[in-house]
Write a protein that binds this ligand. Structure first.
Ligand code: SF4
Ligand code: SF4
Length: 262
């Protein structure tokens, strides 16, 4: 289809789990590639060796500050992509790479890993370790509708992407680029916003959160700093814009993923 957008997957210091999560859309990924997006760059899946110009860059992994090639690669990505998405907890918040201290053979000097937002401006965050396949799919569809859709579709795409863009803008400030289970303590519970729903505990990939007397309790020694709990909490960055248009947004995504109408 001529009118597709171009998408690339850029692999920084990540584990490829975010790309696996994209692939976990199964037939949905083929629907996207058939109808909405050409994958123009992905070292895991294709032979293109140099970062091309593209509409959307899905960037996985953090940046090693002592690895000159990595720093150049992320800057090049920003120059060549219209929209940069931090795909997953490492790109968005550093995640497990926050614990790197260097000293390991054969690059003992590789000790500083930062989220991509510390080096470049980032447009959209998709947090999670691993990020949710459906959310990656939704962002790809919404990026297509934003760039190629009717004015009505563009408005819905903007509403859907707004909270994920707000997360990116918040996360890119040097003071808040690190995530932690403490975020739900300081930004939700301590603000009197927690309603004890347990979503944070269900979203934690390492079971660092337990519900005690109706409130979350964080085991900080277990937390891998992925940011999933804060992103999943319905009292964290509650967006009336999205919730009010929930049915329309779901309808547009369902329609896009079923283009034949069967
Ligand atoms: S508590 Fe769990 S979900 Fe929250 S940042 Fe830590 S590891 Fe991630
Ligand atoms: S997800 Fe948010 S509102 Fe729900 S229990 Fe956790 S902190 Fe409280």
């Amino acid at each position: 289809m001529a009118n597709k957008i171009t998408v690339g997957h850029v692999h920084m210091s990540g584990c490829t789990g975010c790309l696996v999560s994209l692939a976990d859309n199964y037939e949905g990924l083929f629907t996207i590639l058939d109808n909405y997006a050409d994958l123009v760059y992905c070292l895991t899946l294709a032979d293109a060796r140099h970062i091309p110009k593209m509409d959307v860059a899905l960037v996985e992994g953090s940046v090693c500050l002592q690895d000159e090639c990595s720093v150049e690669e992320i800057k090049e990505t920003r120059e060549r992509a219209a929209v940069v998405v931090a795909l997953g907890g490492c790109a968005a918040y550093g995640n497990i790479t926050r614990f790197c201290r260097g000293g390991q053979w054969n690059q003992p000097q590789h000790e500083g890993f930062v989220p991509i937002g510390d080096v470049i401006d980032v447009d959209v965050y998709i947090p999670g370790c691993a990020p949710c396949p459906q959310q990656i799919r939704n962002v790809c569809v919404m990026a297509y509708l934003l760039l190629k859709g009717t004015p009505e579709q563009q408005a819905l795409a903007k509403a859907y992407l707004a909270p994920l863009m707000a997360l990116a803008s918040e996360g890119s400030k040097a003071t808040s680029s690190e995530a932690c289970g403490c975020d739900i303590m300081t930004k939700v519970i301590n603000q009197g916003l927690c309603m004890g729903c347990g979503t944070c505990a269900a979203s934690c990939p390492v079971f660092a959160i337990t519900m005690e007397e109706g409130k979350p309790n964080i085991n900080r020694d277990m937390c891998i700093k992925c940011g999933a709990c804060y992103a999943a909490c319905p009292r964290a960055f509650f967006s009336f814009d999205v919730v009010n248009q929930y049915e329309n947004i779901l309808g547009i995504i369902d329609g896009a993923m079923n283009p034949g109408g069967n």
